[in-house]
Design a protein around this ligand. Structure first.
Ligand code: SF4
Ligand code: SF4
Length: 133
């Protein structure tokens, strides 16, 4: 079995796309999303973004991200924070984060020990340049 699937496999439950706010988008996120949607930046801002000062988030509809519809409808252009979730580097440094995220994300292996989880995740994050040895 691929190593990643031993620790996480998204169940597409949509929990991480719920709420009255979303992750914020950095410059690369905005560019990628505009390209993925094939619209002008002004159109994307008007239809999909909530801009507050210098913070850009996605709009929400009925308490979920505007792009959520039984899954992410802007998958290839989603913000990096969405792509990374739930495998955040802080999982490797604090078992409490592991416990908390595991409770909110059913895609996390619910039966694996913290030590085994870290043993698998650490080289994956190193290979992706997310953490450094
Ligand atoms: S909470 Fe976890 S399992 Fe559910 S959609 Fe988000 S990443 Fe996937
Ligand atoms: S962009 Fe996609 S993955 Fe991110 S919150 Fe919206 S629907 Fe969920």
């Amino acid at each position: 079995m691929d190593e990643m699937k031993q620790i996480f496999e998204c169940q597409r439950c949509g929990y991480c796309c719920q709420g009255k706010t979303t992750v914020s988008l950095d410059e690369n996120d905005r560019r990628r999303m505009v390209e993925a949607l094939g619209l002008s930046e002004d159109e994307v801002r008007e239809k999909y973004w909530r801009v507050t000062g210098n913070v850009t988030q996605m709009k929400t509809v009925d308490n979920h991200c505007v792009f959520y519809d039984n899954g992410c409808t802007v998958h290839g252009g989603r913000p990096w924070r969405c792509a990374q979730w739930p495998l955040h580097p802080s999982l490797l440094t604090d078992e409490n984060n592991f416990i908390t995220i595991k409770q909110s994300c059913p895609g996390m292996n619910q039966h694996i020990s913290y030590e085994e989880f870290c043993r698998i995740l650490r080289p994956i994050m190193e290979a992706q340049g997310i953490i450094h040895c």
